[in-house]
Write a protein that binds this ligand. Structure first.
Ligand code: 4FN
Length: 242
C-alpha cells in the first residue's frame, strides 16, 4: 500500500507513524508513506495557503489551488482520496478493513476553518470522521486512520497477527488482562487464570468480554457475533440488572 498525506504539518504525521509498529513496518517497506507539504505548492510569494472567507466571518479558509496541485503531484488512477472531516462518516473497524485492501490512499488534512468547498468537490472520494469533537486540524485523525489500517496489512503486526486480530473482530470489548506478580496492592489475579484449565479460562474470558460490553458499550452488542451460549449468558446479566 502507498499512503500520501496532504498536510501543512508533515513532520507531525511522520513523527507519529515513524514510531512503534507503524514505524517498523515503514522501515521494512511493508507500506510506503509520503507526506506532502501543501505549502510547497503555494503560488503566493509569501507562501500563504489560506485566505479570508467570501461572505465574511471570522477565521481563514484553506485555498483550493495549493491543495489541488499537491493532489496532482501524487495522483494515481488507483488512488482513493479521503478528507478527514467532522462531516464524514464515523470511522469504524469495518472501514479500516476495507481501506486496508486499497492500493493507494491519499489523505487530506484540513486546518483553520476548513477547505474551499470546490477542491473538495473535485478530488474527494470519501469523508471520514474520527468522532464528535473539535480538533485544530485533521492530522491526528489521519494518523489514527493510518494506524488502524496499517495493522491489518499482512506482516505489520508480526507472527501471531491473525490470532491477535480475531479477538477484536467479534466486536466485543476485551476481557481484563493480568501479569506477574499474582498479587498487586492486595488484589489477587482471578484464581481461574492460575488453574491451567483452558476450557474454564476461555469461558471466564468470554463472559468478562460480554459483561463489559453489556455494561460499558451495549451498542456494540448489536454488531457482535454471538453464540447461543453468549446469548444465554447475556440473559442472566439482564435479569441481574433488573
Ligand atoms: N476538525 C464539530 C463541528 C464543527 C467543526 C468541528 C471541527 C479541523 C479544519 C475541521 C474534527 C473532529 C473529528 C477530522 C467539529 C476531524 C475534525 C475529525 C476536524 C480544522 C476544519 C476541523 C460538531 C464535530 C464538534 C475543525 C463537531 N475527524 N472543526 O472540529 O478536522 O477527522
Amino acid at each position: 500500500m502507498r499512503i500520501d498525506i496532504l498536510t501543512l504539518f508533515p513532520e507531525m504525521v511522520r513523527a507519529v507513524l515513524g514510531e512503534s509498529i507503524t514505524g517498523r513496518a515503514l522501515k521494512n517497506s511493508l507500506y510506503e508513506l509520503n507526506t506532502v507539504n501543501i505549502r510547497d505548492f503555494t503560488a503566493d510569494k509569501h507562501r500563504r495557503v489560506d485566505d479570508s472567507p467570501y461572505g465574511g466571518g471570522s477565521g481563514m479558509v484553506m485555498e483550493a489551488q495549493p491543495i489541488y496541485d499537491a493532489y496532482v503531484s501524487v495522483y494515481s488512477p488507483d488512488a482513493k482520496v479521503i478528507y478527514l472531516s467532522p462531516q464524514g462518516r464515523p470511522f469504524c473497524q469495518q472501514k479500516a478493513r476495507t481501506l486496508s485492501e486499497e492500493k493507494h490512499l491519499i489523505l487530506l488534512c484540513g486546518h483553520y476553518e476548513g477547505v474551499d468547498e470546490r477542491v473538495l468537490e473535485e478530488i474527494v472520494d470519501e469523508e471520514i470522521s474520527l468522532g464528535d469533537f473539535v480538533l485544530t486540524g485533521g492530522e491526528i485523525a489521519a494518523c489514527a486512520v493510518c494506524d488502524a489500517v496499517l495493522r491489518l496489512i499482512p506482516g505489520v503486526l508480526g507472527n501471531n497477527a491473525s490470532s491477535f486480530e480475531e479477538s477484536f473482530e467479534d466486536n466485543l470489548l476485551e476481557y481484563p488482562q493480568y501479569t506477574r506478580p499474582e498479587e498487586v496492592l492486595g488484589r489477587r489475579v482471578p484464581e481461574v487464570l492460575l488453574s491451567g484449565h483452558h476450557k474454564n479460562i476461555e469461558r471466564f474470558r468470554r463472559e468478562k468480554s460480554l459483561e463489559r460490553t453489556f455494561y460499558k458499550r451495549p451498542d456494540l452488542l448489536e454488531k457482535a457475533d454471538l453464540t447461543r451460549t453468549d446469548l444465554a449468558f447475556l440473559e442472566t446479566l439482564k435479569k441481574n440488572t433488573k
